[in-house]
Structures are given as structure tokens and as C-alpha cells.
Write a protein that binds this ligand. Structure first.
Ligand code: XBP
Ligand code: MG
Length: 246
């Protein structure tokens, strides 16, 4: 492809933020609010099929896990969760995934546009950029598309469509980097090619529509290759040259 733009998902893709970031922050907010419910790892894994923190709380409530809360209660609880998440990020708890910084820098050095398309809130995204990536990336990313900026979250295509429209790039020239089936479905529905790096929560999901599925982008070869429909060769680690062959 004539690669002109790479749009990165955040949670699970740039960093493993879910288990020891978002999940812990939800539980801290629940405890502070006097809510007995705790999301253990398995429960949270199942809840990840619902994207968006407020939507996840509402879903758990409908399933009988959470007590009855008004929309305003949910919004306040989620705001406290975001504050706890920012605190965890500031403590430097969540590093980038292997190969992420290397590939981000390679794409930047090639002069290719990069942006973010995520379901999480701008506040959570900013905390990750500031504490895990580095403040200079606020300027390097051409767009930070996050949270409630579009009405429908992933797997709807809206966040990718919004980012491409703002940047003035075509889907045919844009690649998405994702970690989940919901993210892949969102990218594909927006017409993008998509690379998936799986993690513990997403490994068993359906990624047959992806253009490449690996366990990680990698700093050291070899990376584990799970799905390689374009039959890329020399996949020791995932490089810009590989992305340009998709
Ligand atoms: C992942 C998500 C988010 C986070 C929580 O989004 O589903 O909902 O788990 O985020 P992505 P908030 O992989 O697209 O970044 O609580 O801030 O909504
Ligand atoms: Mg994700």
C-alpha cells in the first residue's frame, strides 16, 4: 500500500493498560464510592467486549453485577476512575509494549503521519502520552481522537472515520494498529487495513480479517506470527517496510 498515515489504538496496543491500569482504577473508584463490586481479571476480561468505561459500568449494572446507578452517578464514578488511572500512570506503572517506541520512531523518521484513535477518554490518553511515551508526542501525533468525540465507540467505525476526515487522508492509504476484535472490526468497517498485536485478553479473539497478527511488534527477533495473509517474509520484528507491503 501507499502508506501515508498510521492510526494507533491505545489500550492494549501502545501499552498493556487494561489489567493493571483501567481495571485497578475502576476498583479503586468503586471502593471509594462504597460500592462492594470488584472486577477481578476474569470478570474484567469478559467485560472488555463492551468498549468505553461508562458503557462497561452500565453493562455490568444491567447484568446485576453493579448496584443501580443513575447516569450522573456513573459519570461521577467514571471521573474518579479516570483520576485514579492518571495517578497510576504518573507512578510509571504501565510501560509501552515491546517494539512500540521503535516502530513509532521509525514511522516518524520516515515523515509518515501518525495519530491516535481510541475509545478511552482524552484525560487517560494524555496521561499515557505524558508518562509512558513522552510529551514530545503531543506534537508528533497529528491527531488525538479519543472518547466521546464520536457518538458510537468501537466496533463502530466512527472514531477512525473521524480521524481520517480531520487529517484529510484516504482509508486506502491508512493503516490501523489494534489489539482487539472490537478494534479490528472498527478499523475494517472504516475501510482500513489493520495490524493486530494480541495480548492476554485478546489472543483467542477472531482476527481472520486482519492483515497481520503478531504477539508483539518486537524489539528482538523473533516475534510470534499468528496470521500472515500477505505472506510477509523476514518477520523477525515488525518494521515500516512490512507495513508498506500490506
Ligand atoms: C479500550 C477500551 C476503554 C478502556 C477504558 O479502548 O475499551 O474503554 O478500557 O477507557 P481502546 P475509559 O483500545 O480503543 O483504546 O474508562 O476511559 O472509557
Ligand atoms: Mg485496544
Amino acid at each position: 500500500m501507499n502508506l501515508q498515515c498510521v492510526l494507533w489504538d491505545v489500550d492494549g496496543t501502545l501499552a498493556d493498560t487494561e489489567r493493571d491500569g483501567h481495571r485497578l482504577a475502576f476498583n479503586m473508584a468503586f471502593e471509594e464510592a462504597g460500592i462492594e463490586r470488584r472486577w477481578d481479571e476474569a470478570t474484567y476480561g469478559a467485560l472488555l467486549k463492551v468498549t468505553g468505561g461508562k458503557e462497561r459500568i452500565r453493562h455490568d449494572m444491567a447484568q446485576g453485577g453493579m448496584p443501580a446507578l443513575s447516569d450522573q452517578d456513573i459519570a461521577s464514578l467514571h471521573a474518579r476512575k479516570t483520576a485514579y488511572y492518571q495517578q497510576l500512570m504518573a507512578e510509571g506503572r504501565i510501560p509501552l509494549r515491546p517494539g512500540v517506541r521503535r516502530l513509532l520512531e521509525e514511522i516518524r523518521d520516515a515523515g509518515i503521519t501518525q495519530g491516535v484513535a481510541t475509545t478511552t477518554t482524552p484525560a487517560a490518553l494524555d496521561a499515557l502520552i505524558e508518562h509512558s511515551l513522552g510529551r514530545e508526542w503531543f506534537d508528533i501525533f497529528a491527531i488525538l481522537a479519543a472518547g466521546d468525540i464520536v457518538p458510537a465507540k468501537k466496533p463502530a467505525p466512527d472514531i477512525y472515520t473521524y480521524a481520517m476526515r480531520e487529517l484529510g487522508v484516504a482509508a486506502a492509504n491508512t493503516l490501523a494498529m489494534e489489539d482487539s476484535e472490537n478494534g479490528l472490526r472498527s478499523a475494517r468497517a472504516a475501510g482500513l487495513r489493520c495490524v493486530v498485536t494480541v495480548n492476554g485478553y485478546t489472543r483467542s479473539q477472531d482476527f481472520s480479517a486482519a492483515d497481520l497478527v503478531v504477539a508483539e511488534l518486537g524489539d528482538q527477533p523473533p516475534v510470534e506470527v499468528l496470521h500472515n495473509p500477505h505472506q510477509l517474509t523476514d518477520l523477525g520484528i515488525v518494521t515500516l517496510a512490512h507495513l508498506q507491503q500490506l
